[in-house]
Design a protein around this ligand. Structure first.
Ligand SMILES: Cc1cc2nc3c(=O)[nH]c(=O)nc-3n(C[C@H](O)[C@H](O)[C@H](O)COP(=O)(O)O)c2cc1C
Length: 198
């Protein structure tokens, strides 16, 4: 079983999403001995903005490394910080390599169809403010919702999301958010990963 662990935070040792994504991976590794983990650090090893030349090569059938790693993964864990209401551009550059017609989705007469249905995706989201249901800033949440849209489009119907938010509101709110997030992560290990149907 392969797990692809992706981090995108620029904050290095001060990153919250890295703490949470690492905790998710540690939990799943405990629960699934033999899990093979590939770690992708998109801040340390950034993927450039997609260019016409690379897009053309992808349309011609070439597979970027990011796409091969994703296709080989049974479980994908993404540390997803919120920067300026969305995902870091490092993570967007990764998405631009993995949303590929014919590989991760296909066009049918009934519309686009995702091809990643057998994968388990877990997002570890860290955000400074409050964007949950009913929060005044909720309409400005374009990070978690963006990733849910992308993976939904690619056929992953059941994206699991661990959120720690309000991290910059107060120390008390930060502590509370981290305790709640770690409690959610502790429950993850009891869930059996989903396998591809085909
Ligand atoms: C460049 C930058 C932009 C940010 N923009 C937002 C934002 O739009 N909304 C928000 O709630 N928090 C924002 N924050 C706070 C981060 O979401 C928060 O620090 C979170 O911990 C980021 O995850 P990380 O620690 O893994 O990098 C921003 C932080 C940085 C560094």
């Amino acid at each position: 079983m392969n797990l692809l662990h992706i981090d995108a935070s620029i904050l290095g040792p001060n990153s919250t999403s890295r703490v949470l994504s690492a905790a998710v991976v540690a939990r799943l590794s405990d629960a699934n001995p033999g899990l093979h983990v590939t770690h992708l650090d998109l801040a340390a090893d950034p993927i450039p903005h997609l260019s016409l030349a690379e897009f053309g090569a992808m349309m011609g059938g070439e597979s970027p490394l990011a796409l091969e790693q994703l296709l080989a993964a049974d479980i994908v864990v993404i540390g997803a910080p919120v920067y300026n209401f969305s995902v870091p551009s490092q993570l967007k550059a990764w998405v631009d390599r993995i949303a590929v017609a014919g590989k991760t989705f296909r066009y049918t007469e009934k519309g686009p169809e995702g091809l990643l249905g057998g994968k388990r995706v877990i997002l570890a989201v860290a955000r400074g403010g409050l964007y949950g249901p009913g929060a005044p800033a909720a309409p400005h949440e374009h990070g978690e919702s963006y990733l849910r849209s992308i993976f939904g489009f690619l056929g992953v119907t059941d994206v699991e999301v661990i959120v720690a938010e309000g991290l910059r509101v107060s120390d008390a709110m930060r502590d509370e958010a981290m305790i709640a997030a770690h409690a959610r992560i502790a429950e993850l290990g009891t869930v059996t990963p989903v396998h591809a149907a085909a």
